[in-house]
Write a protein that binds this ligand. Structure first.
Ligand SMILES: C[S@@+](CC[C@H](N)C(=O)[O-])C[C@H]1O[C@@H](n2cnc3c(N)ncnc32)[C@H](O)[C@@H]1O
Length: 320
């Protein structure tokens, strides 16, 4: 096949099969998210997130009920450690669209009889769509930090981590698309009045509803490579983000230390990774002891970046 087009118009959504050979490879314009949600099309939403790659090369892939057994283990460790269960704060890092936060919110709400605060974080909770008002179909989607995530030049859609071999015409056209994006972003930065922008919220509809209706639940943008600047939490969870493919060894250590710093002394840090919904998690649930961590439980093959966490691990105390 010489080229691959993207899904760039809401009219293409009807009849789109994300599991066919081309359907699996076609990228979907992020600004179609509201149309996808209006159709209530969970499969296409999941496919959209499987294919969003940020400027650093990290995927936003996420599913509901992705690791229910691991969440149950977190709650079990929490209860067995004798930690407070009321007036607690939970921080869920790198939540993507918040689909996996839903189950944890329900579990913590039950554990705390509704007396909890929940902070979901991610590098990006929203993107910006930028176009020339005279030609809105040709557009660029950028992250909150202004990094290009998608370049949409119908019928083509360019993103990061594209196959360089399967579709030679896409490869040929990419430099021109990049020049188009550079010109558009320059005009946007210069506040050109001909430039139109629209914010795109990425949250799953149910999670968005919770954010809007429940003052105990909030979202904050946070790059886990930077120190956390707000309150500490009784429990911190970071799932499917500490993957060796996303960070080098130095960054991984930094991210682990930043996550540890968010946990109140005696609190829980849970980190893990898995594949599709319901598959085994390679992860650990730990308890903070001073500047170190005590492993309370390990699942699958354990944490996938063991070298980053090994220097922090202490042996379990006899009383634990
Ligand atoms: C594969 S998704 C995992 C989403 C969800 N936690 C789950 O398990 O389904 C990885 C997420 O990590 C986020 N991410 C990547 N680098 C990050 C960073 N430096 N700081 C915070 N989040 C980051 C991405 O934006 C993306 O939403």
């Amino acid at each position: 096949m010489l080229f691959l087009t993207g899904l760039h118009d809401a009219r293409q959504l009807a009849g789109f099969d994300p599991s066919s050979w081309t359907g699996r490879r076609r990228r979907i314009a992020i600004d179609l998210i509201d149309d996808i949600d209006r159709l209530g099309d969970g499969k296409t939403r999941a496919a959209l997130f499987e294919r969003i790659v940020d400027a650093r090369g990290a995927f936003k892939r996420t599913y509901r009920d992705r690791f229910a057994a691991f969440d149950a283990l977190i709650i079990d460790c929490w209860q067995r450690s004798g930690l407070p269960t009321q007036n607690v704060r939970v921080l869920d890092a790198a939540v993507s669209d918040g689909s996996t936060s839903l189950a944890l919110i329900v579990a913590v709400s039950a554990l705390s009889a509704g007396r909890f605060a929940f902070t979901a974080t991610d590098l990006d909770g929203r993107y910006l769509r930028i176009c020339d008002e005279a030609a809105p179909q040709r557009r660029v989607i950028v992250s909150e930090a202004g990094q290009v995530v998608q370049i949409i030049v119908p019928p083509f859609l360019f993103t990061h981590r594209e196959s360089r071999h399967l579709f030679p015409l896409n490869r040929l056209l990419r430099p021109a698309a990049q020049r188009f994006a550079d010109r558009l972003l320059k005009r946007w930065r210069n506040r050109d009045p001909g430039i139109q922008t629209r914010e795109i919220l990425l949250f799953a509809p149910e999670f968005r509803q919770m954010l809007e209706s429940d003052p105990c639940i909030e979202f904050r943008s946070w790059d886990i490579l930077e120190p956390w600047q707000a309150d500490k939490a009784t429990c911190v969870r970071a799932m499917n983000v500490l993957n060796p493919g996303y960070f080098d060894a130095h960054q991984m250590r930094r991210a682990v230390c930043n996550l540890l710093d968010v946990v109140a002394d005696g609190g829980i840090l849970a980190v893990g990774s898995n594949d599709d919904a319901g598959t085994d998690v390679d992860g650990i649930v730990c308890r903070r002891r001073g500047a170190r961590l005590e492993v309370l439980a390990s699942t699958g093959r354990g944490f996938r970046a063991p070298d980053a966490i090994a220097p922090l691990i202490v042996q379990a105390s006899p009383s634990a």
